[in-house]
Design a binder for this molecule. Structure first.
Ligand code: HT7
Ligand code: ZN
Length: 859
């Protein structure tokens, strides 16, 4: 497996200006004829022409109309080389491929009788020979030919320009995409699908036909997705001035899909779980996620498609920017405060954890063996935070000006991170050179804040030190901060500070900065990182009462949530303040639970404790049993202390929770379901959950009740599970949900349930959603069963992994990566895992999993 390095980037030696593709589609065998117009970059003589190609059977090859003989080209496992191609030529190849055999779900594959493609990052080379890299863009004309009965719908990128009947019950459709695009954005879909449609009028007055396609049986559940597409189109016009640029926008749901969705030009393909939804089959969280993923893929039309990437090292240029845009979409349409809390929770529990282990890498990695391994929380989530910091530094208007310049300058081209920063830099007149280091440095920076107060002079000094960044290249960090007086009022005095400062924001550029406030009678209460102004950890020696006070006086929801999380961390982790912190946490949570004006979803977010792995990320050694027990004890203490309040709230929220799918009812359901789960810790009977289950009018409430019964181990769990299974047996996406609830029941014995599932008919290793629902949820969320001290959880996982690897390398590699914490686990578990890694070494066949294993082991 060779290492690809950013430093080795060279512009392509050849360009492809036009691609004509003809597919004779069949489930078991498909013929692909490709005609490429090729031009060598100026220079004599023309360099050898190297085309990528994998798992292709060559049927025919012709150069400028002349069939080539065997000696005129070389064919190997990774491509095709022509040493004497003229500097402008036309190459025609015909290949045979086998969609039904394609369990990798990369290239052209079959899912439930329909054909789909997935080409990002390097899947196009599994369809035809091509210069399969993002800086080679071409105009595509695509002809699809197939049996009309099996494949009545034939879709590709762009606009449909012709269609008609052929002999033998076949038909064809021809698609033209006028926008030059790299091969990773190519797509086709063929199948017996149905659609929901709506027109959209762009801000320029053009009409776009928007279609959401799914299996016939599922099309009734596409209505919400269709509405979400329309909202996304409108929002991108309003907020970023970006309009759609084709006459048709097709969105298609696929049941077998490796990731969430894919932004192919004019033909987005989605994992069905991010399209199909109604009150009976999707939870409130699903609805929000669907809208967000639909927005994300749509927003790529500009950030990724119109302006694409020079090379895969720049991946975060499209992903970070597009996550930022989808975060803003959700924030603008729903609750900004809650969205930010959700972003921060994800960043801490996924990205900070990734950065604390052997898979840590910069947002722009300097090298890779398999690019699929770098679709990570760091590239996506931390990448989005870097873009958000630019927004914070430049403000909405300045950021928008910079982004407009970036899109204008690079439209139709392939860009780098430097190009984005240069556009922001030039349009704002601010020097952002130092800011670029954020893309280059791995790890979570830490800001140490130390306060001194001189009661005699009334001077308060705050020293801010940056740790964890490259000593020669400190980071440029926008640190939001505020100070409160004893009455909880914000202190507006302008501090004396050795850095760029505007009210509420200090820009740290050096290793150390000092800030002074004078004329105070008491030390103020500082609040940091409002809105999470930078993806950093902030260490300040708060007393627990100060954190509880912050929850009262701060107005920023994120900072209030952060203060509660920090209190919880202090209460759970070993330390002298533990008891005091628990008392303060109990009081602060009770005040929130009693506050009738507080948004119910916000209260629920505040009542949840930090994720187990978020807690672990700050420990040098994770004693799994001790940390789990400490977290559980805290949850029990909260449940005991708040029993009456929780009961009252559960009851009082009943009517609101039954209200329907809109925001207020969803908010009520979130808190009510948290109350239900917490009460299960102190109640001996599952009656409350059973009653909720039978009275529920949404999947959210039904699933929460089922999960509570299963996780608490209540006697009625079986009966309710039978009912749930009978209701939803035919719907794979809902089956995933109850399997997920089953395998996460937090006790050692759940391992037997998991073993039964993976040896029975519900285990479908070719379906990534099912693998994630069973194995992913188990590994990620069931600490007591997966991390059993006897190693039985690990044994089951390592038994399954090699087969998964030969089926779908990306899925296997991502599951292996879930062990990113292994080095910091206690000795016994570390030794067990190390032995499994040793044994796995010779059993992995994919580059994806081999690279992940090597990185986990520190190679
Ligand atoms: N750009 C896409 C990333 C992607 C992907 C999607 C589906 C299957 C395999 C894939 N490999 C990479 C999704 C996105 O971020 O929008
Ligand atoms: Zn994306």
């Amino acid at each position: 497996d060779t290492v690809v390095r950013l430093a080795d980037y060279r512009a392509p030696a050849w360009r492809i200006t036009h691609v004509a593709l003809e597919f004779e589609l069949g489930a078991t065998s498909t013929r692909v004829t490709s005609t490429l117009r090729l031009v060598a970059q100026p220079g004599q003589p023309a360099p050898p022409l190297r085309l990528d190609g994998e798992d292709l059977e060559l049927l025919d090859i012709a150069l400028d109309g002349r069939t080539l003989g065997p000696g005129e080209y070389t064919l190997d496992a990774s491509g095709l080389t022509l040493t004497a191609a003229p500097s402008a030529c036309e190459l025609r190849t015909t290949a045979r491929i086998h969609p039904q055999r394609n369990t990798r779900l990369e290239g052209l594959y079959l899912s439930r009788g329909a054909l789909f493609t997935q080409c990002e990052a390097e899947g196009f080379r599994r369809i035809t020979w091509f210069i399969d890299r993002p800086d080679v863009s071409a105009v595509y004309d695509v002809t699809l030919i197939a049996d009309r009965a099996r494949f009545p719908v034939l879709l590709s990128n762009g606009d449909r320009v012709a269609a008609g009947e052929l002999d033998g019950g076949r038909h064809f459709a021809r698609w033209h995409d006028p926008h030059p695009k790299p091969s990773y954005l190519f797509a086709l879909v063929a199948g017996d699908l149905a659609r929901l449609s709506a027109p959209f009028t762009t801000m320029q007055g053009r009409t776009v036909e928007v279609n959401v396609w799914a299996d016939r049986a599922d099309v009734a559940r596409c209505e919400y997705a269709l509405g979400a597409v329309l909202r996304a189109m409108q929002w991108d016009e309003r907020r970023f001035g970006r309009a759609y640029d084709l006459a048709v926008f097709n969105v298609v749901a696929a049941q077998d899909f490796t990731m969430g969705a894919m932004e192919n030009k004019g033909l987005n393909i989605f994992n069905a779980r991010y399209i199909l939804a109604d009150a009976d089959t999707a939870t409130d969280d699903d609805f929000i996620a669907i809208e967000s993923v639909i927005g994300h893929e749509y927003f790529h039309n500009w950030s990724g498609n119109r302006v694409t990437l020079r090379d895969w090292f720049q991946l975060s240029l499209k992903e970070g920017l597009t996550v930022f845009r989808d975060q803003e979409f959700t924030a603008d349409l729903h609750s900004r405060g809650l969205k930010r809390i959700e972003d921060a929770r994800l960043l801490r529990s996924r990205q900070f954890v990734e950065d604390a282990g052997p898979l840590s890498h910069p947002v722009r990695p300097p090298s890779y063996r398999e690019i699929n391994n770098f679709y990570t929380a760091t590239v996506y989530e931390k990448g989005a935070e870097l873009v958000r910091m630019l927004h914070t530094l430049l403000g909405e208007t300045g950021f928008r000006r910079g982004l407009d310049l970036y899109f204008e300058r690079h439209d139709g081209g392939a860009a780098t991170v430097e190009d984005l920063v240069a556009a922001m830099d030039e349009s704002s007149g601010r020097d952002l050179t130092q800011f670029l280091h954020w893309w280059e440095q791995p790890g979570t920076p830490r800001i140490e804040a130390q306060a001194r107060f001189d009661a005699v002079s009334g001077e308060y000094t705050l020293t801010l030190r940056q740790h964890g960044s490259d000593p020669d290249h400190p980071l440029h960090i926008p640190l939001a901060l505020a100070f409160y007086d004893a009455n909880g009022r914000r202190i507006d005095t302008h501090p004396e500070v050795d850095a760029d400062y505007r009210p509420g924001l200090i820009e740290l550029r050096q290793r150390e900065h000092t800030l002074r406030l004078r004329g105070l009678t008491q030390p103020p209460l500082p609040a940091f990182l409002q809105g999470l102004s930078a993806p950093v950890r902030l260490d300040f020696d708060y007393a627990p009462e100060q954190l509880a006070r912050l929850v009262q006086v701060e107005t920023d929801p994120l900072t209030r949530w952060q203060a509660l999380q920090q209190l919880a961390r202090t209460a759970i982790l070993p330390g002298a303040q533990r008891r005091v912190a628990l008392d303060a946490l109990l009081r602060a949570q009770s005040i929130l639970l009693d506050d009738p004006r507080a948004d119910a979803a916000f209260v629920a977010a505040c009542l949840a404790l930090p994720d187990f792995w978020d807690l672990g990320a700050q420990l040098e050694r994770i004693d799994v049993d001790a940390l789990w027990a400490a977290r559980e004890a805290t949850l029990d203490a909260l449940a005991i202390d708040q029993t009456e309040r929780l009961r009252e709230r559960h009851l009082q929220l009943t009517a609101r929770a039954a209200g329907g799918l809109e925001g207020d009812s969803a908010s009520a359901r979130r808190l009510r379901n948290l109350c239900l789960a917490r009460l299960a810790r102190v109640e001996r009977e599952g009656e409350r959950a059973v009653a909720q289950y039978h009275g529920a009018n949404t999947l959210t409430d039904r699933l929460a009740a089922l999960q509570t019964l299963l996780h608490a181990g209540f006697a009625q769990a079986d009966e309710v599970l039978q009912d749930f299974a009978a209701r939803h047996r035919g719907d794979a996406l809902v089956v995933d949900r109850w399997l997920g609830a089953l395998v996460t029941a937090p006790r050692a014995g759940t391992l037997d349930t998991v073993a039964t599932i993976v040896r029975g008919p519900f285990w479908q290793p070719t379906n990534p959603n099912r693998v994630r629902a069973v194995l992913g949820s188990f590994v990620r969320s069931n600490v007591p069963a997966f991390h059993r001290a006897d190693g039985a959880g690990y044994a089951l996982f390592f038994e399954l992994l090699p087969a998964l690897d030969s089926i779908n390398p990306q899925v296997a590699s991502r599951h292996l990566a879930l062990l990113e914490n292994w080095r910091r686990l206690d000795d016994g578990r570390r030794r067990l895992l190390d032995a499994h890694f040793d044994a796995l070494q010779t059993r992995l066949t994919s580059r994806d999993s081999r690279e992940t294993l090597a990185r986990l082991r520190g190679a």
